[in-house]
Write a protein that binds this ligand. Sequence first.
Ligand code: ME8
Length: 540
Amino acid sequence: MNQPFYITTPIYYPNGEPHLGHAYTTLCADVVARYHRLAGDDTFFLTGTDEHGIKMVKTAAERGVSPQQLADQNVAVFENLWKELQITHDDFIRTSSDRHKTGVQAIVQKMIANGDIYKGAYQGWYDEGQEEFVTETEAKTTEYKSAISGRPLVRYSEPTYFFSLKKYIPRVQEHIQKNPTFIQPESRRNEVISKLNQGVEDLSISRATLKWGIPMPHDPDHVLYVWIDALSNYITALGYGAEHAGAERRELRDHSAAPDSSSTPHPPTSPSPNLFEKYWPANVHLIGKEIMWFHVVYWPAMLFSLGLEPPKQVYAHGWWTAEGKKMSKSMGNFIDADRLRAAIAKYGLDGVRYYLFRAAPFGNDLDWKDDELAAAHNELANVIGNCLNRIMTMVPKYRGTLPAAAELHDIDRALIEKIQKLPTDLASAYQRLELQQCALLPIELARATNGYIEATAPFKLAKDPAQAARLDTVLNIAAQAVYASLVALLPVLPDKAAAGLAQMGIDVAGKTLPHLFATPLPTGTQFGQGTPLFPRLEAK
Ligand code: ME8
C-alpha cells in the first residue's frame, strides 16, 4: 500500500492580494507534493484562506464591503493565481466555510469537555497585524510596537475565554526535546526552546467585541480568536469534527495519476470519510518563519487537549526581500501577482519555479533579483537545455536511433556512478526538504554530462570509423544521463522536464519516479523532434 503523505501551507489572510511570499510557500509545497505523488505516495496537499479576525473587518470597512464580500473577492484572486501557477493542491479550505466552522465548534466543545477552557478577563496589548496578544515584557522591549510590522500595539481590556495552554507546556517541551526534527530548520528550534524557557501564559481564545468569527459554543456573544480557528484548518479540512453536524461536502481533486503537468483541471472525486484517519498526523506544515511559535507551541497544545498527535514536522522557510530591501508598494519593489506574471511571460512558469527554489538554501532568507532570475534561466538553457540539445542532434545524425553501449572506460563508469546515485540523493534531499538541492542535483548531473561530452568528443569520434563502438558507448551513456536528469527534474520543472523526455521518446504519464529511474532509455529508441527547451531570449 502506498504511504500517505500530507503537506500543508499556512492559510493566508485574504485581506489583500497574494504576493511573492504566498506564492513561494505554495510553490514549495507544490514541488514536495509533486515529488511524493511521483514517488508513488498517497499524497494530500492542502492550502486555503484564513478569513476571520480584526484585519478583515478593518479592511472591509475601509472598502465599504462586508468581511464576507472582501473574503469572497480576494479568495477568488488567490484561487485564480494558484490556477495560473499550476498548483496541484488537493483541497482549498476557507475558514468561513460551514465545514470548517462545524469542525472548529466540535474542537472547542471537546476542549471545554476536557476542562481546558475557562472564562476570565483579558487586559493587555494586541498586535492586530499578527492577530496576537503580546505580554507586557515583550511589548516593552519593542516599545509597544509590533515586532513584525512596527505598527503600534493596541490596548485591550475585555472578558475572554482562555485555553489552558500552560497545562500542556511540559508536554510540548518534552515533544520538542524528544523529536529533534519536529522543528526545522535547527536554528528555529533553538529560538523556540529559549522562548519556552521564559514562561508562557494561558491563551486568550475569544473576543467579545468582534462579530466576524466563529461563535463560541454556548456563548454566542464571543467569537473565537483567530489562531484557534486558523490552526484547526489542518484537521477540519480532513473532516475532523464533521460528524457533529451535516458538514458541507467538498470537492477534492484527484492527483493519483502521476506525473502530471497540471495544466488541465482535476476531476472532483467523492470525499472520503476517512481522510483524517488516513492523513493525520501531517508529515509537514510548511510555513514562513514568523508563524513558527503558533505552530509548534499553540497547535501541539491544542492537539494534546484533543487527545491527538502533533504534526510530524513544522518547517519554516525564510522571508523574501526584493533587490535587498523589504518588499513595499511605495518603494516600487513589491513582487505582486503582476510582477510574477511578467516574470512567467519572460522565463516561463518552470523558469520562475527553478529560480525560486535555487535562490537560497531552503530555510534561509531570500532576495529577489531580476538579474539572478535571468541567470537562473540561462543556467537551465546552458546546462540541461544544451545537453539535451546535443543528444537530440547527435544520436539521429550519427546513429539514427539510440545505440547500445559497448566496452566501458573509466570516464563512462564515473558518469554512470553519478546517474546511479541521483535517485537516492534526490530522495534524501526531498526527505530533508533541502529544496535548493532538489533543484540543483539534477542540474549538476547535466553539467557533468556536458563535461563528459566535451571530454569524450563524440563529434570527433564520428569522423573515425575505427571509433564506432566508442561513439556508441558515449552516445548511450550521455543520453542515459540526460534522461535521468530530466526524470529528477519532473517535480521542479513539470512541463519542461516532461517535454524534454517526450523529445527523447518517453511518455511519463502514469509512471512513477522509481519506475522511470529503474528503466533506462531502451536501445533503439527513436528520438522525436529536438526543439530547445529554454530558448534564448532576444537581447533588448
Ligand atoms: O500569517 N517571504 O497569513 P498571511 C516569504 N493567516 N514568505 C512570506 C512572505 C515573505 N516576504 N510574506 C508572506 C498568516 N509569506 C495566517 C496563517 S496558518 C494556520 C495562519 C508567506 O497571509 C509565509 O508562508 O500573513 C507566511 O507564513 C505566510 O505567507 C503568511 O501569510
